[in-house]
Design a protein around this ligand. Structure first.
Ligand code: PLP
Length: 395
């Protein structure tokens, strides 16, 4: 028996660049001293106080089926958080608790696209985006944001493809570029979305990882609340990646439909995880700033190292937990550079090409090693790039 075409073609065709990640993991498992700057996972674990809250809830009996949309106090807490941050009145019925932001991305595309509809997303993109769009039977259409524009998407490029589309997925603060979309960019996007009657799916899972400027949710822009679905998560903000706790916020009617979808797919999120999430949200902004602090520190470390040389250039890294580095002066593609770096220096980074076509000649560095190891890896990486530029090699 053959599996469905949809499931077999979920990730499209061609090398997605993750081969390098798996090779680095295999080398590490075999004992090689590989420094991994690949995935967006904190170098700290979930705070013991949050784990204690989870334990209390589980021991206290919150282990049965939890109510599908999420427990009322947690939906209320998320709604309050969004009201405070966006100024848009939000209540419990605007919120569905999901098993992580990824499940919310799937749900949002389910809610906005029918079979065969075109769903826009910005390239460079988070690895799962095209597959998530295909998983609901929609057709992914990439719109490039160029390095020359600081990876900010431009309204004319979006307008050129928006007339036949149903939705647009954006992500700010951005993975993989670390860029935060400016107010001007977001207003341009909102204009395209309103003009072409699209759903806007705004992935804001890095909204507390803002190093420069402030986070602006497009849901707060005029006329946008009724057509925006916001994706949120505690994975990055609270170092709770493994707990799988996220949400989708949107108009009440859509959330009601999505509760039905959740009833037929995930059946909700475990109650003890939700209790822990409620506890985590109550820890407040200082706790969240503490989780974000190491990434700011390491971004500054990279910038200081880059200031002393001419070969590697940084895209202005303003948020999330990554730095996108332009290594075009070495004459290599991001893929070739990443391969050589792994071979010569035992340092693993993600090639820009694994995030689409717009980031060719770049590499993404995750700021996720402890400071001393990170400083060593960044120093060696930059020195290696310098040696390549001084002595060009055939690809
Ligand atoms: N969106 C972006 C941009 C991400 O980088 C990630 C995870 O790395 C996710 C969504 C998914 O996060 P979650 O752990 O909440 O499913």
């Amino acid at each position: 028996m053959q599996a469905s075409t949809r499931i077999r073609t979920l990730t499209g065709t061609g090398d997605d660049g993750w081969g390098l990640f798996h090779r680095a993991r295999a080398m590490k498992d075999a004992g090689a001293p590989v420094l991994e700057l690949t995935i967006g996972e904190h170098d700290i674990r979930t705070d013991p106080r949050i784990l204690a809250a989870m334990d209390r809830a589980a021991q206290g009996g919150h282990t049965g089926y939890a109510i599908v949309p999420g427990i009322a106090p947690l939906r209320d807490a998320v709604a309050r958080r969004l009201t405070e941050r966006t100024g848009v009145a939000t209540d419990r019925d605007n919120i569905l608790i999901t098993p992580g932001g990824q499940a919310a991305l799937f749900a949002a595309h389910h809610a906005s696209c029918d079979n065969g509809d075109q769903a826009l997303y910005i390239d460079p993109y988070y690895a799962t985006y095209p597959g998530t769009i295909r998983s609901v039977g929609a057709v992914p259409v990439a719109v490039q944001a160029a390095p020359e524009d600081g990876f900010q998407p431009h309204a004319p490029a979006l307008n050129a493809v928006a007339a036949t589309a149903k939705s647009l997925l954006i992500n700010s603060p951005n993975n993989p570029t670390g860029v935060i979309y400016s107010r001007e960019t977001l207003e341009g996007i909102a204009g395209v979305v309103r003009k072409n009657d699209l759903w806007l799916i705004s992935d804001e899972v890095y909204d507390t990882q803002v190093w420069q400027g402030s986070h602006l949710s497009p849901r707060a822009l005029p006329g946008m609340a009724e057509r925006t679905l916001v994706i949120g998560s505690l994975s990055k903000s609270h170092a709770m990646t493994g707990s799988r706790l996220g949400w989708i916020a949107g108009p009440k009617e859509v959330i009601a439909h999505l509760i039905t979808l959740a009833t037929h797919t995930t059946y909700g999120v475990p109650g003890y995880i939700q209790d822990a999430a409620l506890y985590a949200l109550a820890m407040g902004p200082d706790f969240e700033a503490g989780i974000a602090a190491p990434f700011i520190r390491r971004r500054d470390m990279v910038m200081a190292l880059l200031a002393r040389q001419q070969v590697v250039r940084a895209v202005p890294a303003q948020g999330a937990m990554y730095a996108m580095l332009d290594i075009r002066a070495t004459g290599l593609s991001g893929m070739a550079f990443a391969e050589r770096l792994l071979e010569a220096e035992n340092i693993a980074v993600m090639p820009g090409e694994s995030f689409g076509e717009a980031a060719v000649g770049h590499i993404r560095v995750a700021l996720t090693l402890p400071d001393d190891q990170f400083a060593e890896a960044a120093t060696r990486l930059i020195r290696f790039a310098g040696s390549l530029a001084a002595r060009p090699v055939a690809q």
